[in-house]
Design a binder for this molecule. Structure first.
Ligand code: RAT
Ligand code: ZN
Length: 414
């Protein structure tokens, strides 16, 4: 066939395709500049990422939580810099990430001079910086996390912000599924006729709420994070709201549902956002969910490494399940390598290998630099193995495949 690549060039072509493919990052916590203070960026935000806060208390166990939380952001960042970058070498994935972002921005990190780095950031404008980060990371668009129950975020939506097209909304509904009594109070205050008891009218009003926010946000999907104990079906407020409201609206609107399962919230409350842990779920809940709802498209990521093989196998049984990303504690090169190989071997090109979960804009640079390298390596090996049979791919075929898995080809609408 015309255009086939010589066997010895296959791996390199795959790596090139992976390094240059525009990424659609399907789960982040980033916002456009029109969302004001919700968009985090710059070195102090990078240093105070909750992954690094957890590491600080290990490196400096004498630090009291109270003392740390009372400090301002700059002082917190100073403390993390001193403990994790100066007193120890920054070899963890989260530390390395800060350095990758800075160095790809053209900042010389070898001087270990935080003052100079801060000066560099002070000279940036937010709009210019957003363009710079998208360009450097090769990301074409990011899916946000948009929670109407968030007291900071809701007023922004109420003011009808202009949204930069590179930021795609996602309707986050954890409060409905994980804290119905709390959500009920807010819904009632906003004028929905809801009671704590899940009456017919209450369920109707929850659907109205979801539909109104879906009209408003035009989200790529609805999403929630769930505990390892997630069960389906379940006679609980979560089970009822999921079936009668979330899945009903998803079916009616053709809206995918993203479930991120396996988080144990606040096992150490003093660590705040850094205090969550993980657990293994019972995978048969997913089997029943996909079986009972064949018309709903599920985007699934699980937090426990022990669940990953099972997830691949369930995905083989149900075409309405798309596994995505190496989430949070799995977002480390050694585990990304293992999970990506497992997924390609069992599912071929019908999975989304990675998302960034970036909370700070600058993290797009490191998370994608690191992930492109590992996913590219694994893919290169898989194409080499295929080529060893004599099935030589063309560059166009490789680029098509890579675009599909990292460029949003597996997300319905984008
Ligand atoms: O990865 C993270 O930063 C976590 O804190 C969570 O945000 C998680 O990804 C989520 O979306 O719930
Ligand atoms: Zn997240």
């Amino acid at each position: 066939m015309a255009g086939q690549i010589a066997r010895e060039k296959v791996a390199q072509t795959v790596r090139e395709a992976m390094n240059t493919a525009p990424i659609l990052d399907i789960h982040t916590h980033l916002y456009p500049p029109s969302f004001g203070g919700l968009l985090l960026w710059g070195v102090d935000e990078l240093l105070t990422y909750h992954y690094l806060i957890a590491e600080l208390f290990r490196a400096k166990p004498e630090t009291t939580y109270d003392k740390f939380w009372k400090l301002g952001k700059t002082k917190q960042a100073d403390m993390i810099w001193d403990a994790l970058f100066i007193a120890n070498s920054p070899v963890s994935e989260a530390c390395r990430g800060v350095l990758t972002s800075l160095s790809r921005l053209g900042i010389d990190v070898s001087g270990r001079d935080l003052g100079r780095i801060r000066k560099w950031f002070a000279a940036q404008t937010v709009e210019g910086y957003v363009d710079k980060v998208f360009e450097l990371s090769g990301v074409s668009a990011v899916v946000m996390t948009n929670n109407p129950f968030d007291d900071e975020e809701k007023p922004v939506w109420d003011a009808k912000p202009k949204i930069d097209k590179r930021f795609i909304p996602a309707l986050r509904i954890d409060n409905l599924l994980n804290d119905w009594p709390g959500a009920q109070k807010k819904l009632a205050a906003w004028g929905y006729k809801v009671e704590t008891a899940l009456t017919k009218q209450t369920l109707e009003e929850i659907r109205r709420f979801l539909n109104e926010w879906a009209d408003r946000m035009k989200p790529a999907y609805m999403a929630a994070s769930l505990p390892p104990s997630f069960a389906y079906p379940e006679d609980s407020s979560r089970g009822i709201i999921l079936d009668e409201c979330v899945l009903a609206v998803a079916k009616q609107r053709g809206l995918p549902v993203g479930l991120m399962i396996g988080v144990k919230k606040l096992v150490n409350p003093d660590l705040r956002l850094a205090g969550d842990s993980l657990g293994k779920m019972d995978i048969s809940a997913l089997e029943r969910l996909c079986l009972s709802n064949p018309r709903v498209r599920f985007l699934i990521t699980l937090l426990s490494r022990e669940n990953q093989h099972e997830l691949c196998i369930v995905a083989r049984k149900f075409a309405n399940l798309t596994p995505f990303g190496c989430w949070w504690f799995l977002n480390n090169p050694s585990i990304i390598r293992e999970m990506t190989a497992e997924r390609i071997e069992t599912l071929g090109l019908s999975c989304i290998p990675q998302h960034s979960d970036a909370r700070v804009l600058d993290q797009l640079i490191y998370k994608w630099t690191h992930s492109r390298a590992v996913v590219g390596d694994v893919l290169a090996q898989k194409y080499e193995d295929m080529a060893a049979t004599g099935w030589l791919p063309t560059r166009a075929e490789i680029e098509r495949d890579v675009r599909k898995i990292v460029g949003g080809g597996l997300l319905n609408r984008y």
